[in-house]
Design a protein around this ligand. Structure first.
Ligand code: NAD
Length: 358
């Protein structure tokens, strides 16, 4: 099969890690008989320098014409003085908007070989962490009406959700639970918030009518924050609102170890999605060949699974990454504190390519 992929490498380490993911996809294409065609578009600080705006129309058009988008990261100190719509981050929000991406998927997994990097108690880490957070991305309090009193002494933000907005993200979560362990936990604050009570009713109605095979339970967000530390092996798939998802997904990423290992996907109504590592442009290590490419390589695996329905190929990449880590290979960010040598970013990429060839 043939797939057109729009590459938006962005700034800092973005081009390095996206370049590594491209080589991995090319290798998988060779092995499985697929053709991945890549076109690169500017965004973020790089686009500001070249075109005077963070998200040029050519980038929007190219992404809309693609089968899926792979993003590196945007931003850096060079553009920190800019404000509002002229900032590099505007490219991210702009792309999410034009591509209609209302769901964010973030897996959090402890790679068995890296269990010692996990911040949890060893007996809890040993039980494993392998969960997926499905977060609503375009609604809720981050997009609601807000204001500041004239005297600056009072302010408000509004959380508002429609049943349709809840249902569409819940559907994504139920579908994901079906492809994984068949367990979905819906997280809310239904003991206090009216929006949460609507959230809970809507998710249950969908579960009863369309997903009776998925085990559904509810958890209050404060209990969920504790459960993630106490015993995250309880969770398979989590679905939650924009703000709760923002906080819980960062908490989950921290318990697993390095930011350089964590992938993400943003999805909308069509198969086209946007795939990116959760880390930023890491200007402190850009151009030094230190950046760990694994988060972006695992994002490429998510693209194969969620946009192209190539589950076997996605498993193949994920297994190659696990095998390389099992063999003890480490980049600087995931090495044990007393290790005196480590792989550069490009050496890690080569190890993964070699593994894919075995
Ligand atoms: P960051 O994620 O870029 O870096 C945080 C720390 O993690 C740094 O020490 C960095 O060296 C390290 N790190 C990040 N990715 C790594 C990797 N792949 N391998 C090894 N180490 C890695 O976060 P920050 O420093 O807060 O932000 C830097 C810039 O990135 C800012 O301009 C910020 O706005 C931007 N940012 C962009 C995105 C995005 O594009 N999605 C997300 C977060 C931050």
């Amino acid at each position: 099969m043939k797939f057109n992929i729009a590459l938006v490498p962005g700034d800092g380490i973005g081009p390095e890690v996206v370049g590594a993911a491209v080589e991995v996809l090319e290798k998988v294409g060779e092995k499985f008989g697929h053709e991945f065609c890549f076109t690169t578009y500017p965004a973020g600080g790089a686009a500001i320098d070249q075109f005077g705006e963070p998200l040029p129309q050519t980038t929007i058009d190219g992404c809309l014409a693609s089968d899926s988008v792979m993003l590196g990261a945007v931003g850096g100190p060079k553009w920190d003085h800019l404000s509002g719509d002229t900032r590099p981050e505007k490219a991210l929000l702009g792309l999410r908007k034009v591509l209609g991406l209302y769901t964010n998927l973030r897996p959090a997994k402890i790679q068995p070989a890296l269990a010692d990097a996990c911040v949890l108690r060893p007996d809890i880490a040993a039980k494993g962490v392998d969960l997926l957070i499905v977060r609503e991305l375009t609604g809720g309090i981050y997009f609601g009406e807000r204001g500041l009193d004239e005297d600056g002494q009072g302010a408000f933000d509004t959380e508002r959700y429609s049943a349709a907005e809840i249902e569409r993200v819940a559907r994504r979560a139920f579908d994901a639970a079906r492809k994984r362990g068949g367990h979905l936990t819906s997280i809310d604050k239904a003991n206090v918030l009216e929006t949460s009570r609507l959230w809970r009713r809507t998710v249950h109605k969908l579960g009863e009518t369309e997903y009776p095979d998925v085990r559904l339970d509810d958890m209050l967000v404060d209990n969920a924050a504790m459960q993630l530390i106490r015993d995250p092996s309880f969770f398979d798939v989590i679905v939650t609102s924009n703000m709760f998802g923002d906080i819980l997904s960062d908490e989950a990423s921290q318990i697993t170890g390095s930011i350089g290992l964590l992938a993400s996907a943003s999805l909308g109504e069509t198969a086209r999605g946007m795939y990116e590592p959760i880390h930023g442009s890491a200007p402190d290590i850009a151009g030094k060949d230190i950046a760990n490419p694994i988060a972006t390589i695992l994002s490429a695996a998510m693209m194969l699974r969620y946009s192209f329905d190539l589950g076997e190929e996605a498993d193949f990449i994920e297994k190659a990454v696990s095998d390389v880590l099992d063999e003890g290979w480490r980049t600087k960010d995931i090495k044990s504190p007393d290790a005196e040598s480590w792989l550069s970013g490009s050496e890690m990429k080569e190890k993964i390519l070699e593994q894919l060839d075995k």
